[in-house]
Design a protein around this ligand. Sequence first.
Ligand SMILES: Nc1ncnc2c1ncn2[C@@H]1O[C@H](COP(=O)(O)OP(=O)(O)OP(=O)(O)O)[C@@H](O)[C@H]1O
Length: 235
Amino acid sequence: MKKVVAMSNIHKRYDGQQIETHALQGVSLEIMQGEFVAITGPSGCGKSTLLSIMGLMDSATEGEYHIADINTSNLKVDQRTQIRNEHIGYVFQSFNLIDNLTVFENIALPLEHRNVKKTQIKQRVEEVLTQVDMLHRQNYRPNQLSGGQQQRIAIARALVGKPDLILVDEPTGNLDSKNGDQVMLLLEQLNKAGSTIVMVTHDSRYSRCASRQIQLLDGQIVTEQNTMQQVQGVA
Ligand SMILES: Nc1ncnc2c1ncn2[C@@H]1O[C@H](COP(=O)(O)OP(=O)(O)OP(=O)(O)O)[C@@H](O)[C@H]1O
């Protein structure tokens, strides 16, 4: 199995005007291809900071981070952007879709940035729309869809470039429980089909859907466990 994430002794310090926050304090972590990892822990423990560093949206102050065997420590900004575009897909709590583009155009965007041919874009976008069961809404705009449907489109957009890693930040935070359950079920299906997923969640019902749970406290990993059981009402 390929190692997708390898973090070694990651620290993150934020310099405030008067105080420095030591948000991550020596996190070491490996994630293998095909895993579904949930990161949990109380507010302020460093979950979003860890996800941002994993997603190359922010840099560690100290430590080494390899994604798909690429050492990210000394990359230039444009190299980081390229690696982010090619290796990582994101799903955010607030969907982050572009309202004046159609569903199809939103999903096509990451492939257009890579200069993929139009015919290939059409084929791949239709493929992921079918996977999330939203092909019939391809000409809609995001504001014509329910929250759950918008999150499925955001998941399709994360999938379209066949990333090594899908990072998911509180995917059910803006959804009612029925739509939240459907989104979690979709993530489980994608993981079973081979996607490697790392998800931050406050919701212990959903974190148990992951095959591995990592709990953070005050910027450090305090417990890890494998969770094989499925959650009633979700699976
Ligand atoms: N840009 C920033 N500047 C200064 N401090 C920050 C910044 N971002 C986060 N922090 C601090 O770092 C710590 C970890 O924050 P982080 O957002 O990673 O926590 P979290 O576990 O995701 O919290 P939540 O569950 O509430 O979203 C907190 O003490 C926070 O105040």
